[in-house]
Write a protein that binds this ligand. Structure first.
Ligand SMILES: Cc1ncc(COP(=O)(O)O)c(C=O)c1O
Length: 483
């Protein structure tokens, strides 16, 4: 058996034999914990609630209504069958023209129609995941690197690095200034890479940010554009959360707007990654977009897109749906409104038990600060707390270390992938956890006062949930740590 195994490893490529996928990180471990004990309101009420998945389910019924009213959009319905043959045999990697037109228009709408996108620059890919890899293949060779401000989406370690051999160099942005991207941090990371003989080919920013839920202001974007122009390196902007921005003021600024203004910029260096996974809530459709201002990148990425095309059936449906202006406008407005409401309810609930979050105005998640609960300010203590949250509080949240956060104690909590009731239960579990934690460390007199005010601030229904929720055991490492 041992012989067979070692023999097998030698037979495989380095990629197949290695673990570059990064599946063994806590980010993915949390998903496994959820999958082995998933919460269900009746079948498994004490199961793990999935708060580690940045999915947008808040407006799905609007899409379902649209589908009911537009049966012709599907080539697999009686009404749409006429189109079946033409669409099913279509396989051109340029994509259906109506698909590219509709996506270009949608990208403009999501950015307040302040800019237009050229359908001829739209290249499709298998989600933003595929788009990032394709862009990395087009811009960098194995060993080359991209600078990425921290904290950043854990999937980048897989998407940009695994099959391309490209490296990611963190730009350390920390809690001291609310994780702002500064020119000093960019310059320091660039210089350090150069000292290590690492060739930097570009900067990758996520705007709005996953996991922060914030977006970059105009000045910072301009500074980044100057930085990359000065170094003659690329700028890749992941804007897949553009429509999750829920404030009018400040409003989201796309990199497309910045370079549209009269600033000195070599447009060949600018590339946008987009997808419908977050803004429309369609991660399963795998509609990813590369929008590059560089003709050569457009041409090469288009050829590469053969490896991850969006099915023509999906292109056809999306083209029809996104061409319906009335639907799109209603969807964008309603989605932002519902995200804002959910965000407000969740931050309020957390604040009632003394939990703060980074102030944010976009995204499908909160960046929750639990550093005050750590036994010591280390990643080990963060992981100990994370295990308590997964195993005893029964919530799958993602620890900051998996986002390369330089400060221990931050956790990403997704809030848009569940219904209101599940959100209330999640909040009640956190409340229960915090009460136990306070019980373990606050003297009796103070504790009573704190608990009373907490009870007053919760609705009676929430209090019932709290009473019914699973409690931490006295053996909890956290309780032990605090006693
Ligand atoms: C910042 C960021 N980029 C890319 C992706 C991948 O998106 P897709 O589902 O379109 O592949 C995600 C998914 O969570 C993300 O958060």
């Amino acid at each position: 058996m041992a012989f067979a195994l070692s023999n097998q490893v030698q037979l495989l490529s380095k990629i197949a034999a290695g673990n570059g996928h990064g599946e063994d990180s806590p980010y993915f471990d949390g998903w496994k914990a959820f999958e082995s004990d998933p919460y269900h309101p009746t079948k498994n009420p004490n199961g793990v609630i999935q708060m580690g998945l940045a999915e947008n389910l808040l407006c799905h019924e609007l899409v379902e209504d649209w589908l009911m009213n537009n049966p012709k959009a599907s080539i697999c319905s009686a009404e749409g069958l006429n189109e079946f043959k033409g669409i099913a045999i279509f396989q051109d990697y340029h994509g259906l023209p109506e698909f590219r037109n509709a996506v270009a228009k949608f990208m403009g709408k999501v950015r307040g129609n302040r800019i237009t996108f050229d359908p001829d620059r739209i290249v499709m890919s298998g989600g933003a995941t595929g788009a990032h890899e394709t862009v990395a293949f087009c811009l960098a060779d194995p060993g080359d690197a991209f600078l990425v401000p921290t904290p950043y989406y854990p999937g980048f370690d897989r998407d940009l690095r695994w099959r391309t051999g490209v490296q990611l160099v963190p730009v350390v942005c920390d809690s001291s200034n609310d994780f702002k991207v500064t020119m000093e941090a960019l310059e320091a990371a660039y210089e350090k890479a150069q000292e290590s003989n690492i060739r930097i080919k570009g900067v990758l920013i996520t705007n709005p940010s996953n996991p922060l839920g914030t977006f970059l202001d105009r000045e910072t974007l301009k500074d980044i554009v100057s930085f990359i122009n000065e170094k003659n390196i690329h700028l890749v902007c992941d804007e897949i959360y553009a429509a999750t921005v829920f404030t009018k003021e400040p409003s989201f600024v796309s990199i497309a707007e910045i370079i549209d203004q009269d600033i000195a910029c070599n447009r060949n260096l600018i590339h946008i990654v987009y997808s419908l996974s977050k803004d429309m809530g369609f991660p399963g459709f795998r509609v990813g977009i590369i929008y590059s201002y560089n003709d050569q990148v457009v041409s090469c990425a288009r050829k590469m897109s053969s490896f991850g095309l969006v099915s023509s059936q999906t292109q056809h449906l999306i083209a029809t749906m996104l061409s319906d202006d009335q639907f799109v406008e209603k969807f964008i407005a309603e989605s932002a409104k519902r995200i804002a409401e959910r965000h407000k309810a969740f931050t309020w609930g957390l604040s009632q038990v003394g939990i703060g979050c980074l102030k944010s105005n976009a995204g499908l998640f909160l960046w929750m600060d639990l550093h005050h609960l750590l036994k010591e300010q280390t990643y080990e203590a963060e992981m100990a707390l994370w295990r308590v949250i997964i195993n005893e509080v029964k919530l799958n949240v993602s620890p900051g270390s998996s986002f390369h956060c330089p400060n221990p104690g931050w956790f990403r909590v997704c809030f848009a992938n569940m219904d209101d009731r599940t959100m209330e239960i999640a909040l009640s579990r956190i409340t229960s956890f915090m009460l136990k934690n306070v019980e373990a460390k606050v003297p009796n007199k103070k504790k009573l006062c704190w608990q009373r005010s907490l009870r007053l601030s919760m609705s009676s229904r929430r209090m019932d949930d709290f009473m019914a929720s699973p409690c931490m055991s006295p053996q909890s490492p956290l309780v032990q740590a605090r006693t």
